[in-house]
Design a protein around this ligand. Structure first.
Ligand code: ZN
Ligand code: ZN
Ligand code: ZN
Length: 385
């Protein structure tokens, strides 16, 4: 079971075996290609229109989307990382966080989909050594044997040296059972910090059965489920992965500097305290780099403005990278402005995420569209310029 899911190149197999209908929706929301999704988006659209009419500021309805829920769950975690849980007895690997969004805990495909969507970053978490004959069970433990008689009754012996007085003896003569109240057998002084006060000048093994003393015990790995030993060098590796939420990136692009300055002035004209390229701490405590952040001086309202220009058009991954800081910072409004084209399905995605997308071929048109947007919002709140 487990190996199939972690071995590279088995993605097709995975997709066939483990793709769960619920998650099919998630990946297709990102890829914008499911018909079921389109229906959902239409529903979303009308919801959003309603909420706009009543000036509801938080227009996103992210809970309808499992991928968004997953991002929100990860954002709650300090290390923003999804870690695997390994059940060594059963030989299973799963991601408990998936149960929080109603997914099967071993549905690795949905995490990998978010990697290809640019939201998560896949990292090697652990290399597990598994039995070469039974690679599906990864409950291998280490065993030490006497090199002479192959007994497992091997003891580890150390020499300990009390640094203060220079006394050296076998470790068995030091009693460290009570860590707080140990004393040197020679000078009787108390030993409070073992690591600092005691040196280990030598270490060896002794066999209880044949009394042989040796420096290196024979090390074998033991396949616990099928009860046999295997050589450490013959063991196979199984790689487990963790998934980290990517940080929002801003492309510092010199030709966007001018429009940034203009947008800043515009926001200030509407009583916003606005800043360029600012680090904002989200609810999760994580910091996001935001190209333009505006905070109203007269209310609690705020705005994030992202600027992205892509020669091959704004795509889903551009929207996804904005979604992460948006959900974490939770501003009143989020804008994405671009002089680039917008790829198919991205506009619907923007609506779904509650991101206001402005795409115009030149900066002056972008500026007037942003002004229109902010002005509408401002007048709804009864403000005057
Ligand atoms: Zn085995
Ligand atoms: Zn022995
Ligand atoms: Zn001493």
């Amino acid at each position: 079971m487990f190996r199939k899911k972690t071995v590279p190149n088995s993605k097709d197999e995975l997709t066939n075996e483990h793709k769960i209908p619920g998650f099919d929706n998630i990946s297709s929301i990102f890829k914008g290609k499911s018909t079921a999704l389109k229906n959902e988006l239409i529903v979303e659209n009308s919801l959003i229109e309603e909420s706009l009419n009543i000036s509801d500021t938080n227009i996103a309805k992210p809970s309808t989307n499992k991928a968004v829920q997953l991002i929100q769950e990860v954002q709650k975690r300090e290390d923003r990382t999804i870690k695997p849980f390994v059940d060594y007895n059963e030989g299973l690997l799963f991601y408990p966080i998936l149960s929080k969004i109603g997914e099967s805990q071993d549905n690795v495909t949905c995490l990998d989909d978010l990697v290809s969507d640019g939201i998560l970053e896949k990292k090697v978490y652990e290399k597990l050594i598994v039995c070469p004959i039974h690679p599906d069970t990864f409950s291998a433990s280490m065993r030490l044997y006497c090199p002479k008689c192959h007994s497992m009754s091997v003891e580890k012996l150390n020499l300990f040296e009390h640094k203060k007085c220079g006394y050296i003896t076998e470790s068995t003569n030091f009693d460290f059972a009570d860590h707080e109240n140990s004393n040197c057998p020679s000078c009787k002084k108390p030993i409070k910090n073992f690591e600092k006060e005691i040196r280990v000048p030598a270490m060896w093994y002794q066999c209880d059965d044949c009394s042989e003393k040796f420096d290196n015990a024979v090390i074998k790995l033991h396949c616990r489920k099928h009860e046999h030993d295997f050589d450490t060098n013959s063991g196979q590796f199984v790689t487990t992965f963790s998934y980290k939420l990517k940080n929002s990136e801003i492309s510092i692009n010199s030709d966007t500097n001018q429009i940034k300055d203009e947008l800043l002035k515009l926001l200030e004209g509407f009583n916003f305290n606005a800043k360029l390229n600012v680090s904002i701490k989200g609810k999760s405590g994580n910091v996001h780099e935001i190209p333009i952040y505006g905070k109203s001086t007269t209310s609690d309202e705020s705005i994030l403005i992202f600027i992205k220009n892509q020669s091959d058009g704004i795509d889903q991954s551009d929207m996804n990278s904005i979604l992460v800081p948006k959900l974490d910072i939770n501003p009143t409004n989020t804008l994405l402005v671009t002089v680039s084209g917008v790829n198919d399905g991205v506009e619907n995605l923007a609506v779904h995420y509650g991101i206001h997308l402005i795409s115009e071929p030149d900066f002056s048109k972008i500026l007037s569209r942003v002004e229109e947007f902010v002005s509408d919002w401002y007048s709804k709140n009864g403000g005057k310029k």
